[in-house]
Design a protein around this ligand. Structure first.
Ligand code: SAH
Length: 328
C-alpha cells in the first residue's frame, strides 16, 4: 500500500486506542508543557476578534489532544470578553472522552466539512497537520516511484512501486540523485484548502503550529516516536506515533489559491515572544512563588530549541486585521 495509506491506518489505530500525551505516554506537546502556550494562543484569538469588530464567531480546534490548549485558551479568551461556542475536530474516541472532561459543552466533528457555515471561524491547530498522512516518492536511477509499504508475514518494509511520470514533478527536482525522497500531504492541503475557502467566505482566521519546512524540498521526514524516543516508522504500526514535517509553503499557497491571506511562517519563539510570554512568565512566577523555577524552566522549553524548530502559519480573511506576531 502507499505510504499515505499505511500512515493513515497506523495513526487512526494509534490515536483511537490511547492517550499518547498522558502519564506513560509517547510524546509531550507545547500545551502540555505549560498553560502559557494555550493562554497566549487564546490571547492571539481574542485580540484578532477584538480588532475585527467583535463579531459572533465559532472557535475551532483541530486535533485537540487532551483538550489542554482549548481549556487554557478559553480561560484567556473569556478574560478578554470572548466566549464563543467551541467546535473540536477529532476522530479518536479516546481523546474525545478526555476532551469532554475539560470541555463538556463543546461540539465534536469528524471532519472540517461539518463546521458551522453561518459565522466567522477562528481555528487553531497545534501538532495536527504533522499527524496527517503523507505520500512519498522515491528516486531510483531510472525514474521517480511512488513509495509503498510491503508486508511479509509480520514484517513491514518500504519498497519502490510503479514509476511516476517525470512531468508530474517540479522541474528542479526531476533529476534528483537516486535514493532521494519527495513528500506531499494531500490530506493537509485538502483541509487547508477547505478552511481557507470557508475563512475567505465567512470571515475568520487560522493559526497552525507545527515543525516544518518551506518546500517542496527533498528529504524523508516520516518519523515514529514511542516512549519519548525515536522508533522505526515501519515497525509495530499503530503502536508508535507517526508524523512528518509540514510543508508550510505548500499549505500557504493552497490557502492563497482558495482566497485567504497567508502570513508567516514565523518561529514559535518569535510568536510567543510577541504575544508576551515573558510578562506572563513573571506574573505566574509572582502568583505561585513555590513554582517559580518550574514556570521559568517551562518557558525556556517553549522558547529554546523547540521555539526554533516549531513554526506558526496564520491565515485570515482579506478584510480581517493583521494577526499579532505576523506583522512587519
Ligand atoms: N493538539 C494536541 C494534540 C496533538 S496530537 C496537542 O498539541 O497536545 C494530534 C491530534 O490530532 C490528536 O488529538 C489526534 O487524535 C488528532 N488527529 C490525528 N489525525 C486526525 C484526523 N485525521 N482528523 C482529526 N483529528 C486527527
Amino acid at each position: 500500500m502507499p505510504v499515505s495509506q499505511f500512515m493513515a491506518a497506523a495513526n487512526a489505530h494509534y490515536y483511537a486506542t490511547r492517550d499518547p500525551l498522558g502519564p506513560g505516554g509517547d510524546f509531550v506537546t507545547a500545551p502540555e508543557i505549560s498553560q502559557m502556550f494555550g493562554e497566549l494562543v487564546g490571547l492571539w484569538c481574542a485580540d484578532l476578534w477584538d480588532r475585527a469588530g467583535r463579531p459572533e464567531i465559532a472557535w475551532v480546534e483541530l486535533g485537540p489532544g487532551r483538550g489542554t490548549l482549548a481549556a487554557d485558551a478559553r480561560r484567556a479568551m473569556a478574560r478578554a470578553g470572548l466566549t464563543p461556542p467551541v467546535h473540536l475536530v477529532e476522530t479518536s474516541p479516546t481523546l474525545r472522552a478526555a476532551q469532554a472532561e475539560r470541555l463538556a459543552d463543546a461540539h465534536w466533528h469528524d471532519s472540517v466539512e461539518t463546521l458551522p457555515t453561518d459565522r466567522p471561524l477562528i481555528v487553531v491547530a497545534n501538532e495536527f497537520f504533522d499527524a496527517l498522512p503523507i505520500r512519498q516518492l522515491i528516486r531510483r536511477s531510472d525514474a521517480w516511484h511512488e513509495r509503498l509499504v510491503a508486508c511479509q508475514d509480520t514484517l513491514f518494509l518500504p519498497i519502490a512501486g510503479k514509476p511516476v511520470p517525470g512531468e508530474l514533478l517540479p522541474e528542479r527536482l526531476r533529476d534528483a540523485p537516486a535514493g532521494a525522497i519527495l513528500e506531499t500531504s494531500p490530506a493537509a492541503v485538502g483541509i487547508v484548502r477547505t478552511l481557507a475557502g470557508r475563512i475567505a467566505g465567512q470571515g475568520g482566521a487560522l493559526l497552525g503550529i507545527d515543525y516544518g519546512y518551506e518546500g517542496p524540498a527533498l528529504g524523508d521526514t516520516l518519523q515514529a516516536v514511542r516512549g519519548h524516543g525515536f522508533a522505526n516508522p515501519f515497525d509495530t504500526p499503530g503502536e508508535v506515533d507517526l508524523s512528518a514535517h509540514v510543508d508550510f509553503a505548500t499549505l500557504a499557497a493552497a490557502a492563497q489559491a482558495a482566497g485567504a491571506v497567508a502570513w508567516g511562517p514565523v518561529s514559535q519563539r518569535d510568536l510567543l515572544g510577541q504575544l508576551g510570554i515573558d510578562a506572563r512568565t513573571s506574573a505566574l512566577a509572582r502568583a505561585t512563588p513555590e513554582r517559580q523555577g518550574q514556570v521559568l524552566a517551562d518557558r525556556n522549553r517553549l522558547m529554546g530549541e523547540m521555539g526554533e524548530l516549531f513554526r506558526a502559519l496564520a491565515l485570515t480573511q482579506r478584510d480581517w486585521p493583521v494577526p499579532a506576531g505576523f506583522g512587519a
